[in-house]
Write a protein that binds this ligand. Sequence first.
Ligand code: SF4
Length: 357
Amino acid sequence: MTDRISINLLEWYDLNARSLPWRISPMDGKEGVIADPYQVWLSEIMLQQTQVVTVQSYFLKFIKKWPNVMALAKADTEDVMKAWAGLGYYSRARNLKRCAEIIAFELNGIFPQQASELKSLPGIGDYTSAAIGAIAFGEKIAVMDGNVERVFARLFRISDQLPAAKKPIFEKLNATFCTERPGDFAQACMDLGATLCTPKKPNCMICPLTQECQARAEGDMESYPVRAPKRKKPTRKGAAFVIEREDGAIFLQKRPDSGLLGGMSIVPTTNWNSNQDGETGNQAGPIELSWEQRGEIRHTFTHFHLELEVWFGRSDAVTENGWWSQRNVLAEEALPGLMKKVLEQAIPGCTQPKNLG
Ligand code: SF4
């Protein structure tokens, strides 16, 4: 049966592969076109925890600015953080830069070709190293991301609960994946999980594996993979303070390099984090001002929700531990999504690229 799975899946992929800017189409692959390891690596780092639809425009922007690993290695870290702004999980951007420097300056610009070696580089773990190995270098290795996990848990009706289920799922995948086309097999599984074998209402009617799928036979597809009941995310509170200078510039600060939103640009906020609320109210502002409340925003991080009061004030007194960002360059600052929400709440339109106010 495992052969059937591999054959059906690859036949389906040959006709239905998603067209993605970092991907070599199955047709081109058969004609000998090979993937650019830099592009595979970059896309895989961006795709960690992030949807394909979000990643595409960032990927194209990076490739345009920094077309190869040497260009990225030589880039200013601040510029990389700015280009990454809005993509979230900012430690990825710092690791990306560090990794580019190692490959460019210590490895003569040549990517290691084996997952076992790739794994020693910053930001590259089990999944990413296997994906790069298989897709860019044809390494005979099984690649398991969340999509693949779901497909295989359903195909074999694996009843263990995650994360313990990862082991038996991987064993099935390892016994099934196509060693002739490991990269295409990995991408076929990812595409199947993203387009047909979706978490809710999988489209089994047109799935190439419908005959082989044990969950489909039992009609309980959505029960797999088995997950522990979700823990409720706590809601933390805090306040953010948008200070505008007379000429319209906004006061920004830089977060410490490590931790949540590490290295990104923010307006002053109180000391909230995933474990504790920050202060609220205008008395918590960084300086004494006639603060005006401009509503509240809500943002969701991986482990908690955040409700931030947004306060607005005018001053040109604040100059320590930060800088004034002119309005016409505000959109180019390394502003995480949370800060864009805060700024837009305080001054609608101010983070739009063409705002020259
Ligand atoms: S038959 Fe349905 S549940 Fe099974 S792999 Fe295909 S889409 Fe997923």
